[in-house]
Design a protein around this ligand. Structure first.
Ligand code: AMP
Ligand code: ZN
Ligand code: FE
Ligand code: FE
Length: 285
């Protein structure tokens, strides 16, 4: 069976493999295609594209947006999005600016809590290019390197998790605005890992997002169990949404998740899913 992975992260956000290295890994994993879906940036796409072309594997250019909901956040994947669309690029840059501001405020909060860490330690975790996306996992890595915590998990548990003592919220679009931005840029929008959202609000969210052009939802995801998958698959079938999937590979920041196959082989996505999504592409206006 020809397989794809429609959810991966590179060093352009909080993954640990460079975009070109990711293409090599995807090829070695025997995938037919992979989507690069870094948080709030398309910066990795050109390098991933060049490597994918050279290796003979298909790259789906994409992004993952965080959106604000009362219960926390909802993540939305956008596919078939290239850098170079001025409106969409500016939309993403604004989100990344919010991320940089958030990192600075988080460092201040950590200092107030007695943790000796500099913003420079956090910024050293990315290239420093404004096109790259600075996230909480980078702060977590800096905390590990500084010897303040033993693991990324401990960094989140003790400081950075939602509601944690050093957690600083950042501005995020509403889910409706996130889907609209993707669709307006000529992309195809898919809700990511719905297991992170309470079940009772999820159906209502899907109904509202479908009205503004949502194409699909992740049924298969490394951290999504069989029970949730079954529930989401039924909703998707009822609503005529594409049943999508991907590993959410992050390299060594989430070492148990493998590209293409997820956690202990719990991810397998046929090529036909990509074809379905491609079929829902609209020409940008
Ligand atoms: P950000 O988008 O910068 O707020 O960072 C969110 C990312 O941090 C998510 O995509 C996860 O990869 C990671 N993350 C969130 N919560 C945790 C946690 N409790 N433990 C480890 N990683 C987490
Ligand atoms: Zn991530
Ligand atoms: Fe996500
Ligand atoms: Fe992700």
């Amino acid at each position: 069976m020809r397989r794809v992975d429609l959810h991966t992260h590179s060093t352009a956000s909080d993954g640990t493999d460079a975009p070109a290295a990711l293409a090599r890994l995807a090829k070695d994993a025997g995938l037919e295609a992979f989507a690069l879906t870094d948080h709030d940036t398309l910066a990795g796409i050109p390098d991933a594209r060049a490597a994918a072309d050279a290796l003979g594997i298909e790259l789906v250019p994409g992004v993952e947006l965080g959106a604000r909901i009362p219960e926390g956040e909802l993540h939305i994947l956008g596919y078939f999005l290239e850098p170079g669309n001025a409106t969409f690029d500016a939309f993403l840059e604004e989100l990344r600016k919010g991320r940089r501001d958030r990192a600075a405020r988080t460092v201040t909060r950590l200092n107030d809590l007695g943790v000796a860490i500099d913003l420079a330690d956090v910024e050293a975790e990315v290239s420093g290019d404004r096109s790259e996306s600075l996230g909480r996992p980078h702060i977590a890595s800096a905390l590990v390197k500084g010897g303040h915590v033993a693991s990324i998990k401990e960094a989140f548990d003790r400081y950075l998790k939602d509601g944690g003592p050093a957690n600083v919220p950042r501005p995020m679009p509403s889910p409706v605005d996130a889907v609209r931005a993707i669709v307006k840029a000529g992309g195809v929008a898919v809700v990511a890992h719905p297991w992170t959202v309470p079940r009772d609000v999820f159906q209502d969210l899907l109904v509202r997002l479908r009205r503004v052009g949502l194409a699909g939802v992740e049924v298969v995801h490394s951290d999504q169990d069989a029970d949730v998958r079954e529930h989401v698959a039924r909703l998707a079938a009822d609503m005529g949404l594409v049943q999508s999937g991907g590993s959410d590979y992050h390299g060594t920041r989430k070492p148990a998740i493998r590209l293409g196959t997820g956690r202990n082989g719990n991810v397998s996505v046929p090529y036909e899913v990509l074809e379905e999504l491609r079929g829902l592409r609209k020409v940008p206006v």
